[in-house]
Design a protein. Structure first.
Lengths: 383, 271, 153
């Protein structure tokens, strides 16, 4: 029986055994798979469902799959999906209500599947931890997030490929996995196809009971470290996070916001793909009789006009103000609210923006002409 | 959080579009404690849920009072309810008026329009311990004489000799013999001591902005000025993200906020 | 019994006015009172005086045909009624009615205009006192126009 902290080596068959063990234990096993020319997270049954031999080419507004020369199972960065669609689903029925003679009565549903996540990247682990802070560590706890989070089994993967828009190194969120997992894998492709596997929790150790593994040797561990080190050298982007909170909070009227507003379509893609964006709305609906009602919670985006609607109009009327809200929340206000950045450097917002807006570039542009001390109605001093 | 059933025990028309409802908790029957300035999410079956400030007396926890203005489907629906009807209540949420911090100071309540409703619980609390405060002022601006809330109560407070009440309307009708003009004018002439005053302002944002300027012109420090902010709200518990105002969530860091703490964000448009 | 000089000196509008100017202004002044409902000024009439309110409240009104007069602003103790005396054609644009018993000091416009022409320093000082009042009334009017308490659209 393995212990927390143990490092072993498994092969493809071992991975298959792990997935089977999870399914047998009642987990809904989800992981990366190719669909519609992208790598998305969906139900998987065996390693055959994983994107073997695929990699991705990502840049601002660009995502393409490409064939690799090998049989790597995790040889790509992240796609448009993140794990928030399972932990914080796009649609959740909060409760049902029914009218009766006395008024009405409310009933809460409380079922939720238990998920096994296969292939969670370091940036995604950080994103999950960030959402944990929002939903579990504030004055109120979200019971829907809690039940899914508590039952989730996490198989993490250290990245062997850096994406074209990745900047986890700048954000301190990868590429090596550093905790928050039940099991963690690093794929070794040097003439073989093995995985160095680290046991993170007792639950992880228990799941390894039916999986054949051999102890990891020093050369296995060195190979795994090398994979991570190489990935860290190949980040597609960088973000200077020095006083980023102060920078953005004192530059709320910077002309760069007009510049990005001229490009931003306020389509909200960035908020959909971002693994930490958590905003939702609620809808109260009834059936045709009007006697049965439901409250449904749905993903929402601060880019919509409705988002800030009050007293007959939107507070954030212009696209400029809505882009500013998103970016300053993500990189600055989040720190005031939750003690960490809201950004994990996964690059999805850059890749999936139809016009390729890049928050690392926007931050850089604002920093270049930072109004460090603005005198009222007068000239700016140089930063 | 799931709405709790409350029953309407009384309904009073304040103005053409504003109703005050008094509620009693449903079968579980617990008294409802709250602090002045806090709000509830009121649920109208099958229609929706809106944030409404509590406008009753914190010292009467068996009677939950809300003043609602009909401006949309849910609020109009709430205004159309009758005694005995049931609504859902979640709450109380949010931060409170600084009633305790104002002990020993002059208290200046400045209300605009419906803004008198969220202030009323604080007024009740201050008046219940009147001797522990300096001079107490209620400066109230309404749209017109027919839009004045809580008329009977205002007259009762006026009859006390220890509260300075000054009311003005934006637009007068024939039989109004009071002041006509905006509330900033009455802030200018109210006899409080700016060095020892705590101001609590509630009303439309423009009115609060101009009122704060008038108070600062009189020499009241920004650390002594409190406002009640409003933004779109869906969950009231810091999860939906709608009520953000700069880094603050109005539902949990507000709605009552000390002005010096939000001064920077307040002056930025479309935040 | 106070002299006109003293009365004017105590009024916030003339606060800090140099004694020699107070005397000049007092030379154009006289005390009046109005019962509730009496008009101080009438639209269209010659603007030959303005009023410094010492006690009571005055409604600035506009006559709208078919309706009772509309009060657009009320002016009280410490404030002034009448700015049109400063500008040709020196005609009142509004009515001003005493809401309750009003004590006011009336200042003869022609007398004061002549003195201001003779002594520009006096004129400048009075302008500096009037301008804030006019700006403040403009500001108030704009806020009334915004109808901030009205129904949201």
């Amino acid at each position: 029986m393995l212990d927390t902290g143990d490092k072993v080596v498994i092969d493809r068959d071992g991975l298959g055994q792990l997935l089977a063990a999870l399914a047998a234990d009642g987990y809904r096993v989800v992981g990366p798979t190719v669909r519609d020319r992208a790598i998305v997270y969906d139900d998987i049954a065996s390693p055959a469902d994983l994107p073997e031999g695929w990699t991705d080419r990502q840049d601002g507004g660009k995502y393409e799959l490409e064939r690799r020369g090998d049989r790597a199972l995790f040889g790509y960065a992240v796609g448009p999906h993140s794990w928030k669609q399972f932990l914080h689903p796009p649609m959740v029925r909060l409760w049902r209500a029914e009218r009766n003679a006395k008024g009405f009565e409310i009933e809460v549903d409380s079922d939720a599947p238990k998920f096994a996540f296969i292939g969670v990247r370091s940036c995604e682990l950080h994103a999950i931890r960030i959402q944990d802070k929002v939903f579990l560590e504030g004055p109120a706890v979200d019971p829907h997030y809690r039940v899914r989070r508590d039952s989730a089994f996490v198989v993490a993967v250290s990245c062997g490929e850096a994406g074209g828009t990745c900047f986890c190194v700048s954000m301190g969120t990868g590429p090596g996995v550093d905790g928050g997992f039940d099991l963690a894998l690093t794929e070794l492709l040097d003439g073989r196809q093995d995985f160095v596997l680290e046991v993170g929790t007792a639950a992880g150790a228990a799941m390894m009971a039916e999986v054949s593994a051999r102890p990891a040797g020093a050369d296995d561990l060195a190979a795994a470290d090398a994979v991570v080190a190489r990935t860290a050298q190949r980040m597609g982007r960088t973000m200077d996070t020095e006083d980023i909170k102060g920078l953005l909070q004192r530059n709320l009227e910077h002309p760069r916001w007009d510049d990005v507003a001229a490009r931003c379509l306020t389509c909200g893609n960035c908020t959909m793909v971002c693994p930490t964006c958590f905003c939702t709305t609620v809808e109260d609906v009834t059936d045709l009789s009007g006697d049965k009602a439901e409250r449904v919670r749905l993903w929402d985006s601060c880019f919509t006009m409705d988002f800030s609607y009050i007293h007959g109009g939107s507070v954030r009327h212009t696209g400029r103000s809505r882009y500013r809200q998103w970016m300053t929340h993500k990189l600055a206000s989040w720190i005031d609210q939750f003690g960490t950045s809201g950004c994990v450097g996964c690059g999805r917002c850059i890749t999936w923006c139809p016009v390729g807006i890049d928050i690392t570039e926007e931050t850089r542009a604002i920093r270049e002409t930072d109004t460090k001390q603005k005198r009222k109605g007068g000239a700016d001093e140089d930063a | 959080m799931v709405p709790r059933p409350f029953r309407i025990i009384s309904r009073h028309r304040e103005t053409r579009d504003t109703i005050t409802l008094a509620l009693m908790p449903g079968p579980d029957g617990q008294a409802f404690s709250f602090e002045p300035g806090q709000f509830n999410m009121l649920y109208l079956f099958g229609v929706g849920e809106i944030p409404v400030s509590i406008s009753g007396d914190p010292a009467s926890p068996r009677r939950l009072v809300h003043t609602v203005r009909a401006v949309g489907a849910t609020s109009a629906g709430l205004c159309g309810l009758a005694r005995g009807d049931m609504i859902g209540v979640r709450g109380p949420f949010g931060t409170a008026w600084p009633v305790a911090d104002a002990l020993g100071s002059d208290v200046v309540f400045v209300a605009g329009g419906l803004g008198l409703a969220p202030l009323r619980p604080a007024i009740y609390q201050v008046l219940s311990e009147r001797k522990r405060y300096g001079r107490v002022f209620l400066l109230y601006g309404a749209r017109g004489p027919q839009d004045i809330l809580y008329r009977a109560e205002l007259e009762r407070w006026r009859r006390r000799l220890d509260v300075d009440i000054d009311i003005t309307v934006d637009h007068a009708t024939g039989d109004w013999h009071g002041s006509v003009g905006v509330v900033t004018e009455i802030v200018k002439r109210a006899g409080f001591d700016p060095d020892h005053a705590v101001a609590m302002i509630c009303g439309p944002e423009i009115m609060m902005r101009f009122t704060m300027a008038a108070l600062q012109d009189r020499g009241v420090a920004t650390e002594q000025i409190y406002v009640s902010m409003e933004r779109n709200m869906k969950c009231a518990i810091g999860f939906c993200g709608h009520c953000q105002f700069g880094p603050s969530f109005i539902c949990k860091d507000g709605p009552v906020m000390r002005f010096d703490r939000i001064e920077n964000v307040f002056s930025v448009r479309e935040v | 019994m106070k002299t006109l000089d003293q009365i004017l000196a105590e009024h916030p509008f003339f606060a800090g006015l140099e004694p020699r100017y107070l005397a000049l202004v007092a030379g154009c002044a006289k005390n009046l009172h109005f019962e509730a409902g009496e008009y101080l000024i009438r639209e269209g009439e010659s603007a030959d005086q303005f009023f410094v309110i010492r006690h009571g409240k005055v409604a600035v009104e506009v006559h709208v045909p078919g309706r009772p007069p509309v009060t657009v602003q009320t002016v009280g103790e410490g404030e002034i009624v009448g700015a049109s005396w400063l500008l040709p054609p020196y005609r009142w644009a509004y009515d001003a009615k005493a809401i309750d018993f009003v004590r006011a000091t009336a200042l003869d416009a022609k007398c004061l205009r002549e003195k201001c022409e003779e002594d520009h320093d006096l004129g400048y000082d009075l302008m500096k006192r009037f301008l804030p009042v006019v700006v403040s009334r403009l500001h108030t009017t704009r806020m009334q126009l915004l109808d901030v308490y009205g129904s949201p659209r």
